[in-house]
Write a protein that binds this ligand. Structure first.
Ligand code: ADP
Ligand code: MG
Length: 321
């Protein structure tokens, strides 16, 4: 490495952190924190060549790595507080590191989440971020297992944008794209933190969609012991997704990954209240269908066309192995 390991860490990653719940800050052998309620922990690893192209803008890589993790906290309705960064990279390139750390700290500040430690090693580019958030001491957050037959299937935002971006050059210049381009959605997913915090009492079950709507809805169904029925026509699609995929847009948006929107089970009587909060926060919400009692031995998700007929779906989201 052209920069010494400790020089690198102190130049790019050791920033004074003014978090009052931090007892021992980054730079010591370990950080010591004092959570005020229940501690919520999630980790996601992004591997170059698998989760993002290696030669993409380093600032965007950092921001995406943090945001996909924050999305997991949003899906629990936890408030983000701290994160750690395990960074493996082939060489210590100061230009790359400057971009990476600028992007990282910009979003850390935006989401009020503080870097409290990490590890730096040499190897193929790989970014593992662990986020720590808080829930009130008497709460266990939004689980996948709470959906009840009769609840509405709801999602935030629009679906398929990131998937459509994968058909394009992911290393294209974001600044030259319109503000709502699919490329922007891929690199800068919007963790629905405030929405989840405000709506948590109105939600029976939730997760964030990372592997595709159908695959992830399947997790709510199997963990809750219910089936689900959704209407193909109700899928929220951006104009860009329709432009990219035409008639296939809704089908592809259900199975493409990386949306980082919330999929939720919402009791019907909570719908109006949720829509009110969603309007205030300018978060789009859409009803896709309903959770229903399980009909077979395994929980299942049925997609209906505009005549109410079930559609056969082949590709069921993204699997690593
Ligand atoms: P050790 O050898 O004890 O594991 P390290 O040399 O790995 O210590 O780290 C020294 C300090 O720098 C620690 O406080 C660690 O949290 C911090 N650190 C190392 N790498 C990073 C990183 N990528 N981001 C943030 N902090 C880091
Ligand atoms: Mg270490």
């Amino acid at each position: 490495m052209s920069l010494g390991e400790f020089e690198l860490i102190s130049n790019y990653f050791l920033k004074a952190c003014k978090n009052p719940d931090l007892i021992v800050a980054n730079g010591d052998d370990a950080a010591v924190i004092q959570p005020q309620g229940n501690l919520v922990v999630a980790v996601d690893t992004l591997v170059a060549g698998v989760h993002f192209p290696e030669n993409a803008d380093a600032g965007l890589i950092a921001r995406r790595a943090l945001r996909v993790n924050l999305s997991d906290l949003a899906a629990m309705a936890a408030r983000p507080k701290w994160f750690t960064l395990s960074l493996t990279m082939p060489e210590a390139n100061p230009v790359w590191l400057e971009q990476f750390s600028q992007g990282l700290f910009a979003d850390a500040e935006l989401f009020n989440c503080h870097l409290i430690g990490g590890d730096t090693t040499k190897g193929p580019l790989n970014i593992a971020i662990q986020v720590l958030g808080e829930l009130p001491a008497d709460q266990a957050g939004l689980k996948r297992s709470g959906a009840i037959a009769g609840d509405l299937v709801m999602v935030t935002g629009s679906l398929g944008d990131s998937g459509a971006a994968l058909d394009q050059d992911l290393c294209g210049d974001l600044e030259k794209q319109p503000s709502n381009s699919v490329l922007r959605r891929y690199w800068l997913p919007e963790p629905r933190i405030e929405f989840a915090l405000r709506c948590q009492q109105l939600i029976n079950a939730a997760l964030d969609i990372s592997d595709g709507l159908l695959a992830d809805m399947g997790h709510i169904c199997s963990q809750s012991g219910v089936d689900a029925q959704i209407n193909l026509d109700s899928l929220p699609l951006s104009d860009q997704v329709i432009d990219c995929w035409g008639e296939q847009a809704a089908l592809r948006a259900m199975t493409s990954g990386d949306d980082y929107e919330l999929c939720m089970a919402v009791p019907k009587q909570s719908l109006a209240e949720m829509q009110k909060i969603a309007r205030e926060l300018e978060v789009p919400v859409t009803v896709l269908g309903e959770f229903i009692p399980m009909s077979g031995r395994q929980p299942s998700v049925t997609v209906l066309d505009n005549h109410g007929q079930p559609i056969e779906i082949s590709a069921f989201g993204y699997h690593h192995f």
